[in-house]
Design a protein. Structure first.
Lengths: 325, 325, 325, 325
């Protein structure tokens, strides 16, 4: 049983609170949030206590912290928690500023820090990677990552999000790095505003295609839209020398209705809370591994690398040519 | 090039006329039909001539006949064509009366007679049989044959059809015999009138389940309804010792529409003209094989055997117990 | 928080222990099992205590009991728990003897007893029922229930199981009753021994097809085999006046491998622990509802009715005709 | 009945010969090919005659010509046939040289010329376009066109092919134009040699991703590889404001084998002769429409436009930036 504290009692914090509280290997000892009421209600729900950040970091019985606070605090809290010797479960992105993130690399690259790219823990994408690694389809040649949200966030969210590439595609850049098996050397991206003109007014795009290339010539396309019209669209196709592996969307059930217009499957799971529920649980399992001495499978350097791809993509949209890394 | 004549210019006759006329190995030399206008228009369409039945049978240059006339003429015309030395392509069923069909067996069992159970020539069911025969799933143990029409025929058709078992399920009895690999020894059937009360008033059922058993204990369920609500429903599942093979319905295209209710496939092909178009062509290919000396893969004895199963099923519905064969 | 006790620390008991222990609405206060070691290890795992049956029934702070002991104790323990005023979560079947089960009906039909037919709580079958009830495909006409185990149990299990119909098909009889919307009036069944000759030596069958009919003529086929060759095969097709609803098997992931032989989906979930994991959780939710005053959605009378169908099916196999109920 | 001549008795010529010969609206009056033996055997097969190109063009009873000769003759023969007043069915590409193709536009843009982009006639892609046009998914926003061959052609073919973009992707550029509903204004492409080093030695790529953008910001990705490892991979996804429409690959049958590794579908159709057999027939139907006064649905200008996209893509690979059109 490892005592941990949760920093941030918002939407994603509540997911991690539940998974930590129900995990046989963890004791959720404290919850930190400047919004007293949020912290209080979450602490009550899971039989925990409201504590301050200082308490969390200075209490030697607390082995680790989950950082689920706002993005602008991720880096600072990670540095403080690392200095305090805590194991760290940090929500993505590590920061919105690549230069700043790079400057902290010396202090955090060897920290016991799990950067919470949840998709690496999705059973479907894990199964896809296992097939690729098994060699059943030969050597990887190219990737198609499709990643569309069900509907656009409000402009107020977009305004502080860091833009589509850093906020949304950052997950896909991490998936690309995880699956490509070698680093990306060149990025080209095109973006449009087709979904919501308000997003365009904020200088952001809502629809994008990004093309990555590795040193050996592997190609990867990332397709993003802020709105799919059919729920959460999270698919990957990995083309290899002897075939292809793909992971599809998840439906709410296996039920089909057959009528005069043909066979209709059930709805796709609508968004990340459903689609990645199991991924969040597995992520917590991995945090327990780290608390017990294991090495993070995805860490600070991965966060920096994904951020670098996001910046390159954003730059490419502006300059209209491929950006070298 | 074999000269043949077509007897019967109705719906199914027109299909065979087209396939014969376009077949490089056949010359459709004449069309016989008491309805002068039908015969005439079909002859014009395919550059053929209207002839009488006697002409068709007495013309030694005509090698074979396609019997696509009304069911009550199948047996008589087959006997006359066999006596005239013609190869015969005879539509199913061979007759509606089992005793009469059996009585002609001596004269027809060795005739060059192809009994046109079209489903044996469907590419999907042929692929299913090929997989079963290959042993990839081990030894067959049981079958599920699903065979539902899109919508019920008019009561006037039902009245002269011979009933659901002889008219509709006869195809499924043949499929069962073809796939089971041994003869059926016991038949139990239950029938209901759920689709159209007019069918019940005629003493027939529109919904039935028939359970067949072979000597070694293989079980086969045949599911029939005169109305599916979603097009032509023609599926088979073959359970074997190491897995299962199944053949599914055919859709009009591979197109799917993904919307807020999930993924919707395209319509199923609506009825036999679409679903079995290729089967009819392959059936004609096989008739050419027979004209060139090949042995019919499905002949008179198969027609009698399927009819025997249909009569047993109809009897079982009345007596409420399994009927031995 | 309701205090409950678990009776039976075997395979299924361990599932319920986990779900009860992790349920926010329950406190797993005690575990009863004649096998001291099993009870002890399960109690430790979930921070509970080993208690005796008498303690469980006499402790007024314990609101309910989960009966997951051997089948021959289900009825006796249910009667004792009902007499003690407990809410009851009883594993299926209620008993192997229909007459005995009927004789206890007076005492148990109104008990707060949840008979644990887990499939009613499967999200896929619940979605199927919801579609049927919504009327989107019109009025139900017939059902196809396919229920095959991955591989046969050892003969030692079969010997005490009560036979395929009472042990395995009992679930399917309950599903049929749940979905048909009216009682079954006639049962015909055919059984064979095709999977394991040892099963036949014990007087049981390993492959069966059962045909049910309701008063209004709805037909239902139940297909059972003790071995599928491809994992747990749990599917339902519900044919109605305007279409069909079906629930399919569940795969381990959405991953497909595309190779020279075509597209291969992932494995099917292998057996009930995987397929019905969520059903077991939902079943526990419903038990909490009952503890809070709700009415059991499936109770003692449902257990008796399913057992009656199982006995009728077994009799039909012997007599070779439909058995009236 | 329109008399037509076929120019070119090679692989694709033989397909068109068959479809023309079997078409009720066409009479295949002559076959032209410098390879006397090829012309002769094809003429015999379809009961036609070998004629010279001059005969074909000067015979006023011949209404149209099918140009299925080598690519370098397409433009010249089209010009001569147009001058002779013939309707023209010309294989793609119109030419390998964009400047030359443009220079002939004045003479050919209004010709009765059908440029044979066969995919426009594929039933699956036609169904996809019909759904898009119907508005059922709202307004188109982006396209994903996946177009991989089963295995690479021999280097000798590649050497004279014009390169991946003009030879293979040209079809996809046409599909993009057909579906996007507005002209492409910008092209970015990345190419690699991953399949066969010999292709790289010839200065060509065998794997490419091309990103197109229209004036309103619609984005289209074209994915190409000379080798899929699983047959012919021809799929399109069209994302729109209220959902997505997609057309999938075609399998050889609907058969599935279910075994211990899960459900395996049948093979995908291996290459264009199978996948586009029906498209070739529909293309011929449309040529008959044109002979009867209809307007070509795809003509010379479409050939030039697709060639322009191919050249831009090839240029983009070299310069590493988006090329404006």
């Amino acid at each position: 049983m490892h005592k941990i504290a949760l920093i941030g009692a918002g939407r994603i914090g509540r997911i991690h609170a539940r998974n930590a509280a129900l995990h046989p290997g963890l004791h959720l000892a404290g919850i930190v949030d400047p919004m007293e009421a949020s912290a209080q209600s979450l602490a009550q729900e899971w039989n925990s206590s409201v504590i301050s950040l200082d308490q969390a970091l200075s209490d030697d019985s607390i082995d680790g912290v989950i950082i689920a606070s706002s993005t602008d605090t991720h880096l600072d809290y990670s540095l403080r928690a690392a200095a305090a010797g805590k194991a760290i479960f940090c929500e993505k992105p590590i920061d919105q500023d690549l230069a700043r993130a790079k400057s902290a690399a010396g202090q955090l690259s060897d920290a016991r820090l799990l950067l919470a790219f949840n998709r690496r823990f999705d059973p479907n994408f894990q199964a896809l990677k296992q097939r690729l690694d098994s060699g059943v389809v030969g050597t990887l040649e190219s990737l198609q990552i499709t990643s569309n949200d069900p509907s656009p966030p409000p402009p107020s969210y977009v305004a502080v999000s860091g833009g589509l590439f850093k906020d949304m595609a950052i997950h896909d850049f991490d998936m690309a790095r995880w699956l490509l098996g070698e680093e990306v050397v060149e990025v080209f991206a095109a973006g449009s505003c087709l979904v919501d003109p308000e997003i365009g007014k904020l200088g952001d795009v809502d629809t994008a295609r990004t093309l990555l290339r590795t040193a050996s010539g592997r190609l990867c396309v990332i397709a993003n839209s802020r709105r799919s019209g059919f729920g959460y669209d999270q698919r990957i196709e990995a083309y290899a020398s002897a075939g292809m592996v793909r992971a599809d969307n998840v439906t709410e059930s296996t039920v089909q209705v057959w009528g005069e217009n043909g066979a209709a499957a059930d709805k796709f799971q609508n968004f990340f809370l459903d689609r990645y529920a199991e991924a969040y649980r597995r992520e917590m399992d991995h945090f327990v591994d780290i608390l017990e001495g294991g090495k993070p499978s995805v860490g600070y350097a991965d966060g920096v690398a994904a951020l670098a791809l996001a910046e390159a993509a954003a730059e490419s949209v502006v300059v209209g040519k491929a950006v070298k890394l």
